[in-house]
Design a protein around this ligand. Sequence first.
Ligand code: COA
Length: 532
Amino acid sequence: MTTLRSTVDTGSAEFGANRDAMLEKLAEIEAEHAKAVAGGGEKYVERHRGRGKLLVRERIELLLDPDSPFLELSPLAAWGSDYRVGASVVTGIGVVEGVECLICGSDPTVKGGASNPWTAKKSYRAADIAAQNRLPTINLVESGGADLPTQKEIFIPGGRIFRDLTRASKAGTPTVALVFGNSTAGGAYLPGMSDYVVMVRERAKVFLGGPPLVKMATGEESDDESLGGAEMHARTSGLADYLAVDERDAIRIGRRIVSRLNWRKQGTPPAPDYAEPRYDPEDLLGIVPADLRTPFDPREVIARVVDDSDFDEFKPLYGTSLVTGWARLHGYPVGVLANARGVLFSEESQKAAQFIQLANQVDTPLLFLHNTTGYMVGKSYEQGGIIKHGAMMINAVSNSTVPHISVLMGASYGAGHYGMCGRAYDPRFLFAWPSAKSAVMGPQQLAGVLSIVARQAAASRGQEYSEEHDAAMRAMVENQIEAESLPMFLSGMLYDDGIIDPRDTRTVLGICLSTIHNGPISGADGFGVFRM
Ligand code: COA
């Protein structure tokens, strides 16, 4: 029997306390998500509506197939910065005429939809997702272009947005621009570089320079419509392929365009019949302890995420701090690597390296479930070759070419974050639970290391070391590192693709796996030299 058997006691006080802590964190995150949904705030939303325009999320909803899901990405981008949460753009994956598309819509209620440095980062990430997963792109355009006060951070790197569009086209993934409003200066290249362009009559404005700039440059008198109106582009310049009478018509035309793409996914389709997990995903709220130092069994998570709770564990008796094994998820085969007791030893590292190679041998995507404090330190471990063995795991994860998905359930510290396919290792998707924390090490350890270093430095200078000062420094550093390890902070920096409700994990992973299968799945031809 390979069906996982749960031993979670959902009636225990411990489970209840974990659940309460998770629900509290979820409520905090929901409040931040609400800020993103509120866009530029009531005043700007009302003004936008008063102009007879749809909000960006309404445009997206109308574009998608009825009742189909939308996996919004990086909704908390710019959290903790001077800019509004969400970074004035909405990105995500949604189904249009049965085709999974990458959708990117500027939010004109936030500073006229202008792109600040976080908007740019979020747009780059969206373009990477489209490229890696072979998705058509639909841009919903209405933006004041670069956020002028921060242009130095956007103008030069931001050129890649237009480069990415034409490279997507070359790669055979069509790009569609639906222009609802302003799209001037650099922004004019959004439609300019797209395969299909739809413009809304009397609304779309697409020109390299508006009337004042033209007057300054050449002395010519002009007006918006003759310089860049939708009618002009549809009848005269030829930049618009379709003239829409209003926003809904533009969305309708966009859907027709996608329906004619003759889209075929290149990955193997999922098994048609699969069973739901045997355990209630609701239990996922109470599995992660509020205090991450308390270990938990990731099989309890796997049992609530994979089809039929069916899991063939690989090497179950060896390197037991890391659980590895095979499962299916919404009918897609997947290899799972999940931390069990936090620390990664040499055995776990070698087991991971072997398992990753096996997945590559048979073209199976990998799922990394993080809860690690990193690789083991100490004399006997160093002498036993922990660096070599950790390097084997990092080599395998870096050179593996099957798609990876990471979920940060709890801790994701130190090089353990790397070995488990952290952001820098290019997982196709990386999501965090509200319980996640990630940093170079834990706050107390980091403050303690700084304290020891400072104490030794004072001693070598022959100076007194103030214990009072040390305690204050440690408290300050601990607070800072704790705050910087939290998922909202990391999501704000675009280090993940979003914070998800643990109960949604199976659905989110199912959407991701389906998305990934737009492209071919193929394992690595070789790896770096494994240091033995
Ligand atoms: N950079 C920074 N802030 C911008 C901006 C930009 N590119 N475009 C607009 N904003 C700000 C406005 O200053 C205003 O801020 P406030 O409400 O705090 O005063 C807010 O966004 C809304 O702008 P507003 O002009 O009132 O909105 P609108 O819907 O009537 O017009 C635009 C929107 C985009 C048509 C108009 O703002 C505009 O033409 N912006 C400049 C476009 C441009 O030339 N950009 C350079 C491209 S590289």
